[in-house]
Design a protein around this ligand. Structure first.
Ligand SMILES: [Ca+2]
Length: 263
């Protein structure tokens, strides 16, 4: 009897371990929302000197904001070749962060300078600047009426694109708050957010802040020379062609991916 009892305990523990492993593997966030895997549709070159902090696709081109003091820039990039077609360098004191496009204006955040810049989309001429309440600027996107920014916390902030005034915020949660929200992209009514330092993208319902689903990009080929800073960061969307692009800081490639349901 005693031996049977011990065997039963071990069998029970083994089942628990199997269930826990399955949950962790199928749902890295530890919640009940769906997790997507991915399929690489196309691989394009990406400048390895680009410390990608902001990425947008618009009218046939990629626009990219790069960070680090002394290396920060705004670039127009050819998708197929990765060639930088046009760029402006930021003064040494600024660390470029998220960008988004509204009409013929490009908005760009800075990391800890507490200032954002507005450029003419065509000429890259600087046409204005703005300040924001958040202490740091990370990701930026646009939902058709509001600028949406992240600051590395679990909060997304909404700004009026004309007045640049704060008009609201939402806390992003999946059972508990999800911090380290980084580069953003507004896609078909949801906000996609890179989670800094992970291979995960959260797909967020803006009205509630709830994470609807996750994308697990584990295994996506990153930098050829691993660097602790060369993390996944950069989501862009071609709404005309329904193409989703991702890359990372100093990654040699930019990928068009398709989401694949798992489980
Ligand atoms: Ca983006």
């Amino acid at each position: 009897m005693k031996r049977q009892y011990i065997v039963s305990i071990f069998a029970f523990l083994a089942i628990l371990v199997i269930i826990a492993t399955y949950i962790l593997l199928t749902n890295p966030a530890g919640s009940n929302v769906p997790v997507y895997g991915y399929r690489i549709i196309n691989t394009y070159p990406h400048a390895i000197n680009a410390f990608t902090e902001g990425l947008v696709y618009d009218s046939g081109f990629l626009y990219e904001s790069t960070g680090l003091n002394g290396q920060s820039s705004l670039r127009r990039v050819e998708l197929r070749t990765g060639a930088v077609l046009q760029s402006v360098s930021m003064p040494q004191e600024y660390f470029g962060e998220g960008i988004t496009i509204v009409g013929n204006r490009i908005y760009q955040l800075t990391y800890q300078n507490e200032i954002g810049f507005i450029y003419n989309r065509t000429s890259f001429a600087l046409i204005g600047n703005f300040t924001y309440q958040s202490t740091e600027g990370w990701g930026l996107t646009y939902d058709g009426s509001r600028l949406i920014m992240s600051d590395g916390s679990s909060t997304l902030y909404f700004l009026d694109p004309n007045t640049l005034r704060y008009v609201g915020q939402v806390t992003v949660t999946d059972a508990s708050p999800i911090s380290n929200l980084n580069e953003l992209e507004y896609i078909k009514g949801k906000v996609y957010a890179n989670i800094f330092g992970t291979n995960k993208i959260a797909i967020i319902d803006l009205s509630t802040g709830h994470v609807d689903s996750w994308i697990d990009l584990s295994g996506l080929p990153g930098p050829t020379h691993p660097d602790i800073n060369s993390v996944l960061n950069g989501i862009a969307y071609d709404s005309t062609g329904d193409r989703l692009f991702v890359t990372g800081k100093m990654w040699p490639n930019l990928y068009e991916i398709q989401l694949v349901p798992t489980g």
